[in-house]
Design a protein around this ligand. Structure first.
Ligand SMILES: O=C(O)[C@H](O)CO
Length: 431
């Protein structure tokens, strides 16, 4: 058996399970003039508006069009790529740092949602990446200031929950502010890309509400030593927010808007397990991995080595499934992403140990600043690296995992997958 090919096939199975074309029909059905979502009925007799933002928004919209196309009055989604849809206009925003189009997208959504009446109904399709894809900073923060702040947060390994607390307090649409702008009733269908499916964090909660505060936003920036580095306008808005001169984000849910999570990391892991255990004992270890990619890798490989050496807690052969999202503290100028960096650090631990293969990939298909979803490695990769005189440490210090794996032919390339439920890591331990 080609273990690397098998793990790649399993990774693709996981992605397939969380593609909107599979999730939407699982959770939505149409009965006459009613739309049923997770058992709850909504009348669509008079038609509805379709909005959305996030990396999965195009494919989600396409699936809704297929199911309910005749009822859509108008559709707009903001995604990280474009595609022509029948009833829905697509705006291409920027990710992970917002651009002019992200602002344009936010303004259009804000304007459309504000113009709806009380008896209008909308479906909003929310998925990961939304925080950057739509954005409208609170004046006097400029787009340039916001870009700089986002970049600093991303480069300093700040967890997404904390990044989004800051983002929500600099934005006219995040933390429930977009939801406050409308009188209409609506549902938000969510594909979760955060650990624990926290609705306060996913896409910075544009239509939910937000218990966090301006004070917390400042504390987070100080905790990561970024307060002195961020632009003056950002500090100004946060200070004014703390003093009550700028209103806080909404602290209560808009009762007219209901949120439904229709897919998450565990959905993908369960599908992988279903397929894999036809061949090998397979265990879902967690869907909640967090932490610095290179450190997480060390823990994962230590588990694999324990199994290999002592048969604890599982006998070989065995497949271990992990999900979640790590972070990378950027120190170098190389190319790569958290999954590739995790694999490179894992390779450092595997070295010549035969029988451990590890794959790590982003379900959105794009890992960091590269065009690969991730990588798959084993002892043989380390043998190739030795032959080519590649120094793992050197590539790790420059955060240049992509260049390393291009040379060892270990990259997994899927292109944009049209979905996003964080990352999947699969380890096969053989005897
Ligand atoms: O957009 C975002 O904020 C992240 O992807 C988490 O949902």
């Amino acid at each position: 058996m080609n273990t690397k090919a098998f793990l790649t096939e399993l990774f693709l199975t996981g992605i397939e399970a969380v593609k909107p074309e599979n999730l939407i029909p699982e959770h939505l059905s149409v009965n006459g003039k009613f739309l049923t979502i997770n058992g709850k009925n909504f009348s669509v007799e008079k038609g509805f508006y379709l909005f959305g933002s996030g990396k999965a928004s195009i494919q989600m919209a396409k699936s809704v069009e297929k199911l309910l196309g005749d009822y859509i009055k108008e559709g707009i989604v903001v995604c990280n790529y474009t595609e022509k849809l029948k009833k829905t206009e697509v705006i291409k925003g920027s990710h992970p740092v917002p651009d002019e189009n992200s602002v344009k997208g936010a303004e259009i959504l804000l304007q459309k949602l504000s113009s709806l009446k009380e008896d209008d109904f909308f479906i909003y399709l929310l998925s990961g990446g939304s925080s950057a894809l739509i954005e409208k900073p609170i004046p006097p923060i400029t787009l340039k200031d916001l870009k700089q702040t986002t970049q600093l947060l991303l480069e300093n390994s700040v967890p997404i929950e904390e990044i989004n607390i800051v983002r929500k307090h600099l934005s006219m649409i995040k933390g429930g502010r977009l939801g406050r702008a409308t009188k209409a009733k609506g549902v938000v269908l969510v594909i979760s890309d955060v650990v624990g499916d926290d609705l306060f964090t996913i896409g910075s909660a544009p239509l939910y509400y937000d218990p966090s505060t301006y004070q917390q936003a400042r504390d987070i920036l100080k905790k990561y030593n970024l307060w002195k580095k961020i632009p003056a306008t950002v500090k100004d808005v946060i200070r004014q927010g703390i003093e009550g001169k700028i209103p806080e984000t909404p602290k209560k849910e808009n009762p007219n808007i209901k949120h439904y999570i229709i897919g998450n990391n565990l959905t993908a892991l369960k599908k992988i397990k279903q397929k894999a255990e036809k061949k090998f004992p397979t265990f879902i270890m967690t869907s909640q991995i967090k932490g610095e990619a290179r450190e997480v890798a060390k823990v994962l490989i230590s588990i694999a080595k324990e199994i290999k050496n002592s048969g604890n807690p599982f006998k070989t052969p065995v497949l271990l499934l992990f999900g979640g999202e790590t972070t990378v503290t950027v120190r170098g100028k190389g190319k790569g992403g958290r999954n590739q960096e995790l694999c490179l650090s894992a390779l450092q631990e595997i070295k010549d140990t035969k029988g451990i293969t590890i794959l790590s990939g982003g379900t959105d298909g794009i890992d960091g600043n590269s065009d690969a979803a991730g990588a798959v490695v084993d002892w043989n990769t380390s043998a190739i690296a030795k032959e080519l005189n590649l120094d793992i440490n050197q590539y790790l210090s420059n955060n240049d995992s992509y260049s390393f794996f291009s040379k060892t032919d270990s990259l997994i390339k899927t292109g944009y997958t049209g979905t996003n439920v964080m990352d999947i890591t699969i380890i096969m331990v053989e005897g």
